[in-house]
Design a protein around this ligand. Structure first.
Ligand code: MN
Length: 195
């Protein structure tokens, strides 16, 4: 999948949605990840990884797990602009992706992908369907693996926590830490219009 924002922009009417159109660059900074909780038609968590100036994106219906035994479906969606990474707000009913969005976790990440002991660049890792990243978030820490299991228009991947110091079989941050790491709000607060 090429890294560009054409599909993102085509799906949205920027006169109507509060979402960013996308222009900001972040040269010289460490790549960032964000996980946004999105209370759309179906509640889901959008995992986004900064790759070559955009946010490669997956919709994860159940959200990430810190338990290495748990595999989570992650459906790859269109690349999003970098300035989507701190977007919180209400997308209007009837608009594409209508519903409340919060930044559930964010921070820098490190690409750990290797092949035959050699580092693999993120764009190549995505192309090859296997990505390993170490997240440095407020809720999530340590390595996660993404593996593509089905290609096509909406490629399916599996998201799984690697067994390291960030792994925890008993934690369930999706349910116990529902608040935004930026504003402290929940999706219900945002839906209700609370600042
Ligand atoms: Mn979404």
């Amino acid at each position: 999948m090429a890294r560009n924002l054409d599909t993102y922009r085509k799906k949205r009417d920027f006169a109507r949605t509060p979402e960013p159109k996308g222009k900001r660059g972040r040269e010289g900074k460490r790549p960032m990840f964000v996980i946004q909780q999105h209370d759309a038609r179906n509640m889901h968590y959008d995992l986004r990884l900064e790759v070559d100036g955009v946010l490669a994106s997956w919709a994860v219906p159940k959200g990430p797990s810190t338990d290495p035994r748990v595999k989570r479906l992650a459906v790859q969606v269109e690349d999003h602009p970098l300035d989507y990474g701190d977007f919180e707000g209400r997308i209007g009913k009837g608009e594409y992706g209508g519903g409340a969005v919060i930044v559930w976790d964010t921070g820098p990440y490190k690409n750990l992908t290797e092949k035959d002991g050699e580092p693999v660049e993120m764009a190549d890792a995505l192309e090859h369907g296997h990505v390993k990243v170490a997240l440095e978030g407020k809720k999530l820490a340590g390595a996660f693996a993404l593996t593509r299991t089905r290609d096509g228009k909406k490629p399916q991947w599996i998201l799984v926590k690697m067994n390291d110091e960030g792994a925890d079989r008993r934690r369930n941050p999706v349910s116990t830490q529902p608040e935004s790491v930026l504003s402290g709000r929940t999706v219900a607060d945002v839906a209700a219009g609370e600042a």
